[in-house]
Write a protein that binds this ligand. Structure first.
Ligand SMILES: [Mg+2]
Length: 312
């Protein structure tokens, strides 16, 4: 049973109450606590030594990533994070200086977003260190963007550049919080998700939630220099386009907007965020599945983003 099948089973009959606007299955839970104009966002995520980082990673970066993953999910709802709880599991022979440095990295990222860290828990973990972070945020009801809602004809956008994150970006990425809030304030967004498992895989969640498909233009997909360098230097067997489609941990945003707004989104973005790329990579279609088009033709993307034809 893969991770998605397990999640599907576990979330079949979760207890709910009237506060739940959106339960399991989106980037964050959305809760209504009766605040004027606002909903609460609730999210938890964990990093485990040997899985999400190795012991060569700088400790500050581990803390940055532990919180940053949650913040990327708050961004995916166009929300604003407010506070966090941190649970840490430590082997008996832990090094206190290293744990303190991990917290420094986490606290620094929290500070940058004017967040409070308001407590947590320490526990013994037999072999490996792990950090689990829970974050509360808020979002104006009219700006909250879900994974669902993409409609045939919508333009599909991604922020930043994709692929090759293992070369370093996965430990130092900037969650796209300001960008997402700005987008939601200015444009009618829908079908937004952060890219944690890879473009092909995460886009599929948006398509499933909307009951739609997608046509992507392979030349429009923004490939990172790291993805190109890792292939060139034989550090990864994935060709750059395949890396951009399937490498995880980009922590960029994917979202949809009406095609009629596409040029306005791109133009206004350049002024608001001149140092971050925004690309329109294709459009939503009524026909299910993901089709990738280039000059030679089109091909359906397999379940894991595998592509057959020759790539740049
Ligand atoms: Mg997410």
């Amino acid at each position: 049973m893969d991770e998605f099948e397990l999640i599907a089973r576990l979330t079949q009959q979760m207890p709910a109450n009237p506060a739940v606007i959106v339960g399991p299955g989106d980037d964050c839970a959305v809760l209504d606590f009766g605040l004027p104009q606002h909903w609460i966002l609730f999210k938890t995520d964990a990093v485990v030594e040997g899985i999400h980082y190795d012991d060569r990673a700088a400790p500050e970066q581990i803390g940055h990533k532990a919180l940053g993953r949650c913040l990327s999910d708050i961004a995916a709802m166009a929300g604003e994070p407010t506070s966090a709880l941190v649970t840490v599991g430590l082997p008996r022979d832990y090094r206190p200086e290293r744990v303190e440095a991990i917290y420094r990295g986490l606290n620094r990222l929290a500070d940058q977003h004017r967040m409070a860290v308001v407590g947590g828990e320490t526990t013994t973990s037999p072999e490996r260190t792990f950090f689990s972070v829970a974050v509360i945020g808020k979002v104006k009801k009219e700006h909250c963007v879900l994974r669902s809602g993409a409609r045939p004809g919508d333009a599909i956008f991604v922020t930043g550049e994709l692929g090759g994150s293992l070369a370093g970006k996965h430990l130092s990425f900037a969650p796209r919080l300001a960008e997402a809030r700005w987008l939601a304030e200015h444009f009618p967004l829908r079908g937004m998700i952060d890219l944690s498992d890879g473009l092909a895989s995460d886009l599929r969640h948006v398509l499933r939630c909307g009951g739609v498909g997608a046509e992507l233009l392979s030349d429009a997909i923004p490939i990172s220099r790291a993805a190109k360098a890792r292939y060139r230097d034989h550090l990864s067997p994935k060709r750059p386009l395949e890396a951009a489609l399937t490498d995880g941990e980009d922590f960029e945003l994917l979202f949809c907007a009406p095609a009629g707004d596409a040029v306005a989104v791109l133009d206004a973005w350049k002024v608001a965020f001149p140092r971050v790329r925004l690309s329109c990579i294709g459009k939503i279609s009524a026909e299910p599945g993901i089709r990738l088009r280039d000059r030679r033709g089109q091909e359906t993307l397999g379940a894991h983003g595998y592509i057959h034809f020759a790539q740049p």
